[in-house]
Design a binder for this molecule. Structure first.
Ligand code: 5GP
Length: 107
């Protein structure tokens, strides 16, 4: 058994974190080290996919739903416009191997 990711541990309440939204399949967390006035992470509850390439190959419908979830967050937290960033691989800065999109909003 592999250890649960840091995001799953936050979702389960094992460590603190600000969960700003939760649906059947996804949750959103406020990033602990924000890179924009509003910086959220949109995360599938499943840990099956380590990065967005695996998610796109394994469950493209879930990826499309993740993007719709991001859009909803952008509407709830700002004017609906947003940047969505998926760091993919350690050399690109990915530190958590549980697929997540960074949602970066002006405010
Ligand atoms: P990555 O570098 O994998 O693309 O993104 C991981 C993100 O998770 C980083 O932006 C980092 O600040 C955030 N992060 C890491 N640990 C925690 C934590 O314990 N709580 C929260 N809210 N965010 C975290």
């Amino acid at each position: 058994m592999t250890e649960p990711s840091i995001f799953t541990r936050i979702l389960n309440g094992d460590i603190p974190g600000e969960i700003v939204a939760s649906t059947g399949k996804f949750f959103a967390l406020r990033d602990i080290a924000p890179q924009a006035p509003v910086h959220l992470l949109a995360i599938p509850k499943t840990e099956e996919y380590r990065n967005v390439v695996e998610l796109a190959a394994g469950d493209p419908e879930l990826l499309a739903e993740l993007i719709a979830f991001a859009k909803q967050l952008a509407e709830d937290h700002a004017d609906g416009d947003f940047r969505l960033v998926f760091n993919t691989g350690a050399n690109a800065g990915q530190t958590v191997a549980h697929v997540h999109g960074h949602i970066l909003l002006a405010a």
